[in-house]
Design a protein around this ligand. Structure first.
Ligand code: F6R
Length: 242
């Protein structure tokens, strides 16, 4: 595991974007795995700025997102589909037909999970997966005790996750209780993983990850067995470990 220590969120966003745009430049047909949430927003802002000033092109990039709420249409302002358009896709030259995210309104959610897995395989797998981490160590929406061999599946969201995400909704009651997420097994098949961790609130999760105990109780610990993980963490997240 390669750890890049940075001062603050601003620097984390710049470094995260440099890594991604660097891969896109060296491999224009990159298949990229994207995440939502607060952490990557700055990175996406930097990617947009890089795209407009340095003309890094995404026209041959394929994008898969980690997860989507069940019950929200792609047009819903709180859907992850909407999030990605607003924070990144509509500002760069990626083809909308090359961006994939689970359909939160699929009539048959189990079939949707199978379809998503097949699509990732059909496109040759994910070259670089961007991740954030939940307070409880979740990656994607894989909550504690999710099998490390899990594939794309339906999850019941932990109350702590719904509370953490309630900031984007009117109230916690509006936060969907289920989501579709790539499984840990799916994420682990990515050829390279970039994990961004920012803020004092993530200190305990990062510390537990760095302790090195691989345990399904702590989903992110699966990453300890991956051969190409880069963590970019800021001073607040590193705490005394920095
Ligand atoms: C988002 C996702 C989640 C987030 C995690 C951290 O697509 O899969 O695992 O990365 O909940 O969220 P933030 O960045 O808001 O702290």
């Amino acid at each position: 595991m390669n750890i890049i220590e940075v001062e603050n969120y601003e620097e984390l966003s710049i470094v995260g974007a440099e890594i991604i745009s660097g891969r896109v430049k060296s491999q224009p047909h990159l298949t990229m795995g994207f995440a939502t949430g607060g952490t990557p927003v700055g990175t996406y802002r930097e990617l947009i700025s890089d795209h407009s000033t340095k003309k890094t092109s995404y026209k041959n990039v394929t994008a898969f997102n980690l997860d989507e709420y069940l019950g929200l249409s792609g047009d819903h302002p709180n859907s992850y589909c909407h999030f990605m358009k607003e924070h990144l896709f509509q500002h760069i030259d990626i083809h909308s037909t090359s961006t994939f995210i689970p359909n939160g309104l699929a009539e048959n959610p189990l079939e949707e999970c199978r379809r998503y897995e097949e699509l990732i395989e059909e496109k040759g797998g994910i070259d670089l997966q961007l991740l954030g981490i939940g307070f409880n160590g979740h990656i994607g929406f894989n909550e504690p005790y999710t099998s490390f061999s899990s594939r794309t599946h339906i999850v019941d969201l932990a109350l702590s996750t719904r509370k953490a995400n309630a900031r984007y909704f009117n109230s916690i009651d509006d936060v969907p209780s289920q989501a579709v997420t790539m499984g840990i097994g799916t994420i682990m098949e990515s050829r390279e993983i970039l994990l961004l961790i920012s803020g004092a609130g993530k200190q305990a999760a990062l510390s537990r990850l760095l302790d090195g105990d691989v345990n399904e109780e702590f989903p992110a610990s699966a990453l300890l067995s991956h051969s190409a993980v880069t963590i970019v963490a800021d001073a607040a997240a590193l705490g005394t470990r920095g």
